[in-house]
Design a protein around this ligand. Structure first.
Ligand code: ATP
Length: 234
């Protein structure tokens, strides 16, 4: 569904992505793992059109995405939940969700609102609340829910567990699995490799801008190097 080939991205002179190649199949959850600074966020930002690539290709169902502006990429079916959430703090929960659907002209918006309220009942309860006053976990839920309001074919999630208490992390990951179960393909960037691999079908490991390892989630969970470097085994 999503094919990334030999992607090179620079910040000025800094060569941040050095030939990233990866693929995400329809219906999959694919985890992109790696330490701080490996290039995970850069990869997602490039896929959603926020950063230009120097070379390489990105295709969604065969159609090229490089050079397409971010708002048009959303319309093609890619929604990005950035690191640190970036919700509209001064707007209500409902207004944030409506913003997620702003580019749509179809009749399914009301139905999708119902769907996200089923996935996130807490947001339904708090729909009139100003988003900046939500807890961190609720803000993460809102960021994901807002992205779903764009009715994406593929959801890019950047560190959804960041800064959340363990019980909330579990809840968020369960919801990510539910979203995938309802048919949305997911590319998940995480430093919490154990949680990510527990819900992913496949994964890639990124180190200093290059994919060094890939496989099924089960293979990666068994891999001694992954266990040592990312799953906290000594
Ligand atoms: P993190 O989990 O910390 O976000 P990451 O794997 O997402 O890590 P990136 O943020 O993609 O890593 O960073 C990849 C490389 O690009 C790093 O070496 C980083 O220092 C560099 N980099 C990221 N953003 C910028 C920027 N705005 N200007 C210059 N260099 C940057």
């Amino acid at each position: 569904m999503l094919e990334v080939q030999d992607l090179h991205v620079y910040y000025g002179e800094i060569h941040a992505l050095k030939g990233v190649t990866l693929g995400v199949g329809k219906g999959e959850i694919v985890a992109l793992l790696g330490n701080n600074g490996a290039g995970k966020t850069t990869t997602l930002k490039t896929l959603s059109g926020l950063l230009p690539a120097r070379s390489g290709s990105v295709r969604l169902e065969g159609e090229t995405l490089l050079g397409v502006p971010p708002h048009a990429i959303v319309l093609r079916g890619i929604a990005h939940v950035p690191e640190g959430r970036r919700i509209f703090n001064r707007l209500t929960v409902l207004e944030n969700l409506e913003m997620g659907a702003y580019a749509r002209a179809d009749a399914g918006i009301g139905q999708d609102l119902e769907r996200v309220f089923v996935l996130f009942p807490r947001l339904k309860e708090r729909r009139a609340q100003v988003a900046g006053t939500l807890s961190g976990g609720e803000q993460q839920m809102l960021a994901i829910a807002r992205a779903l309001m764009a009715a994406p074919r593929i959801l890019l999630l950047d560190e959804p567990s960041m800064g959340l208490a363990p019980v909330l992390v579990e809840q968020i990951f369960e919801t990510i699995r539910d979203i995938n179960g309802q048919g949305t393909t997911i590319l998940l960037v995480e430093q919490n490799a154990a949680m990510a691999l527990s819900i992913a079908h496949r994964g890639y490991v990124l180190e200093t801008g290059t994919i060094v390892l890939s496989g099924t989630a089960a293979d990666l969970q068994e891999n001694p190097e992954v266990r040592r470097a990312y799953l906290g085994e000594t």
